[in-house]
Design a protein around this ligand. Structure first.
Ligand code: GLV
Ligand code: MN
Ligand code: MN
Length: 413
């Protein structure tokens, strides 16, 4: 079966270019928050392409998108392939979309080769993996497997107090559609993602077959103090919520370093209230993202952050910690890892094993179905920034590998 790689590559480039125009920050990277007008534009594009490629499109009660190619077996579980299409603020064009586009192009190859699989193939485009709007992250996949239920979803609000359910309706989505999916309807989940680090580029290897994904947690720390006048309140009479937050955050690098084992701790979001130049802040809310390949490291750092919260709760300051997300390190399915390696070999595409320091929807699915992931190189190892770039040729190579793997998985028992 001949694949015209140049054609696939050209289509990939056009999808990536098109999707990158759906941003709230043109010229300053991709900002595509879940249920925003840009989400709606990207969603319309993805659905249009799914239909063009002969897939039957549906959305669920979270707004996740599924494009299905029916199989010849009745009521058989699907081989899912895709990624997420939301972004971080001022992110790049590849984190997420590369995997959605790869899924679309695998479906295009099924259509071009007039293949009817035994088991259905479903291209999947997931919402809110980054957690940039509603916090925590991996929302679409957690919803599908039932780790986020209806009540949990109904409680979710963004930083402006807008409920996720209302934001959904605002762009015409229907939150009353089914949410959880029976794991028995899933045979496997495949995801292509950019590496978001420097390893593949440095080794000049176009494909990384992911073996495992780090464990991660996201905490939200709220510091409450007392607002007051910036000019008239003596320094020793203040309960400044931002100064306390700053002291805590400044301890995190040492905390990560002393934990060791490659543990990383990041505060990436900090909101200050009321956020007036001449008002002493009475509240700050910040995130603490903690990751390590060893669960023990993550658990230790969580305890240390909680200890800091107790330590700094004094003299009119109250610090509380809420856990928004907790996921153990996950291994990918061994058979799928072997299959992906074998197919790369057969296609003469050099590959190596790699672990992921980033979180992915694949880690959520891994407890419910057989999961495999491919990485492609990231230019200069950069991601979550406008400079993020990957070679469309590498995506096209990965599409070939995924196509071969998907053919096998949609045929075999
Ligand atoms: C997603 O990019 C994550 O690793 O948080
Ligand atoms: Mn990301
Ligand atoms: Mn991602």
């Amino acid at each position: 079966m001949e694949t015209n790689l140049n054609q696939v590559q050209a289509r990939i480039e056009s999808h990536i270019d098109e999707l990158s125009t759906f941003t709230a920050t043109p010229g300053k990277g991709t900002t595509r928050l879940t249920y925003s007008p840009e989400d709606l534009q990207a969603r319309q594009y993805i659905k249009m392409k799914m239909e063009e490629y002969g897939l039957t499109v549906r959305e669920d009660g979270f707004g996740n998108i599924f494009g299905k190619l029916e199989g010849s077996l009745k009521d058989a579980p699907s081989v899912l392939i895709g990624s997420h299409f939301d972004s971080v603020p001022n992110g790049g064009s590849y984190d997420g979309p590369a995997g959605v586009v790869a899924g679309l192009e695998v479906a295009a190859l099924f259509a071009e080769n007039k293949l009817t699989p035994k088991y259905p193939l479903e291209v999947i485009a997931l919402v809110e993996e980054e957690g940039s709007r509603f916090g925590g992250g991996l929302m679409g996949s957690r919803g599908i497997v039932g780790l986020l239920d209806e009540e949990g979803f109904n409680r979710l609000k963004d930083k402006d107090g807008i409920y996720a359910v209302d934001a959904m309706k605002e762009i015409g989505l229907d939150p009353s559609l089914p949410k959880k999916r029976d794991p028995k309807t899933m045979k496997a989940y495949l995801e292509l993602h950019i590496e978001q680090g420097p390893i593949l580029e440095e080794k000049a290897i176009p494909i990384g077959v992911v073996e495992a994904i780090v464990g991660l947690t996201q905490l939200e720390v709220t510091v409450k103090g007392q607002a007051g006048h910036a000019g008239t309140t003596p320094m020793d009479r203040r309960a400044d919520a931002l100064v306390t937050a700053a002291k805590m955050i400044a301890e995190f690098p040492d905390l990560a370093e002393s934990e060791g084992g490659g543990t990383v701790v990041t505060t990436g979001r900090l909101n200050v209230f009321p956020n007036g130049a001449n008002v002493i802040p009475d509240r700050t809310v910040f995130t603490v993202d903690i990751r390590s390949g060893k669960e023990e490291n993550v658990l230790n750092v969580i305890e240390k952050v909680k200890d800091l919260a107790v330590f700094y709760s004094k003299q009119g300051i109250e610090v509380s910690v809420e856990q928004l997300l907790y996921i153990q390190p996950k291994e990918m399915n061994k058979d799928i890892v072997s299959l992906l390696k074998r197919k790369s070999g057969e296609l003469d595409i050099p590959k190596c094993s790699i672990n992921s320091g980033a979180g992915h929807d694949a880690m959520v699915f891994s407890d419910f179905t057989n999961v495999g992931m491919l990485f492609i190189p990231s230019k200069d190892g950069l991601s979550h920034c406008p400079e993020e770039w990957s070679d469309s040729r590498h995506i096209a190579n990965a599409v070939q590998v995924l196509f071969e793997a998907a053919k096998k998985l949609t045929e075999a028992e």
